[in-house]
Design a protein around this ligand. Structure first.
Ligand SMILES: *Cc1c(COP(=O)(O)O)cnc(C)c1O
Length: 361
């Protein structure tokens, strides 16, 4: 029975793994494995959910979350028809690949980078091409990405999982020379204080993706968006289809954008301050964390798997990465193993540090 079922599936789906990252464990007292807002959610968003009218559940929301386009556009500094909204930015990324690369096309991405990109490429019948990061600054190889001739080139800044910025030179070189769509994933842009969203529409071939999941603290509601020329937005909406976001989520996001941008900015300032303090503490433990521009830190270290296991036994869940490619000295010396820790309130960070020190000991 099981065999027969598998035989019915697309052959190119057989090697696609179901997403199951290493180290997630909600049963841990302290969980810094996901790079979400560890301070919580915007108060106005929670109020909007509590005060939800019955219609927001009984009826469909707008086809393409149209009501969120104006507030998201105002926040991103663009026009409403330059916004596409999805079920998380994951959904926008998946749809963008499908809209701009036909089956068989290549999707080039830095490595290591966001693990969903090669997965979505394969799920859409496309071929991912990994181009390793190099050097102490985890530099993106713009010419290597361009040399693949890919229909879609993906960049991520700050890059997940390495936490590092993609240099302006690399971004501009790729944007100027790419033959197809360039995606700039800015899931963590609020923490870096740097964004290409306002320029994306003018560039014409660029889609910047953003999300309500990270700085805005609304990962559970699944709302992300893309910014690009109206013609690009239209193609992605074809690939996306209607009703991908929920009416309750739309109300909560509208409330957060109207009332809690200062709340978000304040959490971002806390995260940046604690990030710098955490990086210094990690270096004092003899570790070599990457220079972070995000709300998480990336720590290449040999034996990361054993460290993550010991930390979990002591009640702290961290994200583990193994087999990472890259010509980054710290990563090479760590045999491609690393831990990723989300940054939150300092008491949480102190617990993580204490447990990490004990696990190292
Ligand atoms: C978290 C994350 C996303 C997606 O988040 P959504 O919750 O789907 O909006 C996209 N890209 C990167 C690099 C991320 O880390």
């Amino acid at each position: 029975m099981t065999t027969a079922m598998i035989d019915l599936a697309r052959p190119d789906y057989r090697d696609i793994p179901v997403y199951s990252p290493l180290g997630s464990d909600a049963s841990c007292a302290v969980d810094v494995s996901d790079t979400v807002n560890l301070w919580g959610a915007p108060p106005s968003a929670l109020r909007a959910l509590v005060e939800l009218p019955a219609d927001a559940v009984a009826r469909y929301g707008a086809l393409y979350a149209t009501g969120l386009k104006a507030p998201l556009a105002a926040y991103a500094g663009v026009a409403p028809d330059q916004i596409v909204i999805g079920c998380g930015s994951d959904d926008v990324l998946d749809c963008a690949l499908r809209a701009f690369g036909e089956p068989g096309a290549t999707v080039a991405h830095p490595a290591p980078s966001f693990s969903m990109i090669p997965a979505y490429a394969r799920a859409n019948g496309m071929t991912p091409a990994a181009v390793p990061l190099a050097g102490d600054d985890y530099a993106v190889d713009a010419d290597g990405l361009l040399a693949t001739g890919a229909r879609v080139i993906y960049l991520c800044s700050p890059n997940n999982p390495t936490s590092t910025r993609t240099s302006r030179e690399a971004v501009l070189r790729v944007v100027e020379r790419a033959p197809g769509l360039v995606i700039i994933d800015e899931a963590y842009a609020e923490f870096a204080g740097e964004s290409y969203a306002a320029q994306a529409a003018g560039w014409g071939r660029v889609l910047v993706t953003r999300t309500m999941s990270k700085a805005f603290g609304m990962a559970g509601l699944r709302v992300g968006y893309g910014v690009g020329a109206a013609s690009i937005v239209r193609e992605i909406e074809k690939a996306r289809g209607p009703y991908k976001t929920t009416a309750p989520a739309e109300r909560a996001v509208a409330a957060a954008l109207a009332h809690d941008v200062p709340w978000m900015q304040s959490r971002v300032r806390d995260a940046v301050a604690n990030r710098e303090r955490l990086l210094a503490a990690l270096r004092a433990l003899g570790l070599r964390p990457a220079p972070s521009a995000a709300n998480f830190v990336f720590v290449p270290t040999p034996g990361a798997a054993a460290l993550a296991r010991r930390m979990r036994e002591m009640g702290v869940a961290v994200r583990l990465f193994t087999g990472l490619p890259g010509d980054v000295p710290a990563l090479r010396d760590a045999n491609g193993e690393a831990l990723r820790l989300a940054v939150g309130p300092w008491e949480t960070m102190q617990t993580v540090l204490d447990v990490l020190e004990e696990a190292l000991g």
